[in-house]
Design a protein around this ligand. Structure first.
Ligand SMILES: [Ca+2]
Ligand SMILES: [Ca+2]
Length: 282
């Protein structure tokens, strides 16, 4: 009896060792995260040597809740608009796309509304939008200010990913038309080609996540026809992290949700003020 228990325990140990090694092997195949700098920041994946996967993933763990400003309209088509950082002008230089994809930048949106100007969508407050991953027009659908299947607009969407550790995750976007994605101030994806269907993925992109709060910014530009943006992370990461907005339906609720996640940064930014006050008392 005792021997058989020992055999089972040993088998389980060997099996989990094997599974563990397989997982490590799978993760290794993905490759290291590549941050797009210089000319690569606006270069498509194929010229950079990547091959489209053309995989339909209707059952992937798509992320449905996003923190977003209003749309930038009359963009002149995604090809014209895409290379321009509209966040910079609309925030009065308070933000850039890079800084918006950091905790510090995200915190600024508490008080910084974007104003795209009267001809390009004006100013809508930041709020939480819930998309339907299967909806081939999920970008135009979420905006009351846009007509159904609208053309010529840009959207920006944010999530906070709370990770228990530093690790490399894999993000998989589906977009129509032009996707650009930043994480923690670094650009990881630039793809001007629509993926061919709302849940069709062309690239699995390794990204660096750090312990604690990570900010991901997903910009999608639309010219005509379908307009959708979707994103999922690899299953192991999806199981390990918390993603916000969770149940929040508006800006206030979203910042309440992430308050404990971003506390460390808050405390750090308050330190100089506290020390200044202490000094003043002396
Ligand atoms: Ca459209
Ligand atoms: Ca389109």
């Amino acid at each position: 009896m005792r021997k058989s228990i020992l055999t089972i325990a040993l088998s389980v140990f060997v099996l989990s060792l094997f599974l563990g090694l397989s997982i490590v092997a799978t993760a290794a195949v993905v490759g290291d995260p590549v941050i797009l700098k210089g000319d690569d920041a606006l270069a498509d994946p194929e010229p950079r040597g990547l091959t489209p996967l053309a995989q339909d993933r209707p059952d992937a763990p798509w992320i449905l809740n996003w923190y977003m400003p209003g749309p930038y309209t009359a963009n002149g088509g995604f090809a014209v608009s895409g290379p321009i950082d509209h966040i910079k002008a609309a925030s009065g230089d308070a933000l850039t796309q890079e800084s918006l994809s950091t905790v510090d930048g995200l915190m600024k949106t508490k008080t910084t509304n974007l104003d795209f100007g009267a001809d390009n969508g004006g100013s809508e407050d930041w709020t939480v939008k819930t998309i339907d991953a299967a909806d081939g027009n999920n970008m135009s659908t979420i905006y009351e200010s846009l007509e159904a299947d609208a053309s010529n607009f840009d959207t920006w969407a944010i999530i906070v990913i709370e990770s228990p550790k530093d690790h490399v995750a894999v993000m998989s976007p589906a977009q129509d038309d032009y996707a650009q994605i930043w994480v923690n101030g670094d650009k990881y994806h630039n793809d001007t080609k629509w993926t061919g269907g709302a849940t069709k993925v062309n690239y699995d992109i390794p990204i660096s996540l750090k312990e604690g709060a990570n900010v991901l910014l997903y910009r999608c530009g639309e010219s005509g026809g379908s307009d959708y943006f979707n994103l999922h992370l690899d299953s192991a990461t999806m199981d390990a992290v918390s993603i916000f907005p969770k149940t929040a339906k508006d800006k206030d609720a979203f910042f309440k949700e992430i308050s404990s996640v971003v506390t460390a940064v808050d405390a750090r930014s308050k330190l100089p003020i506290i020390w200044g006050a202490v000094k003043a008392l002396k």
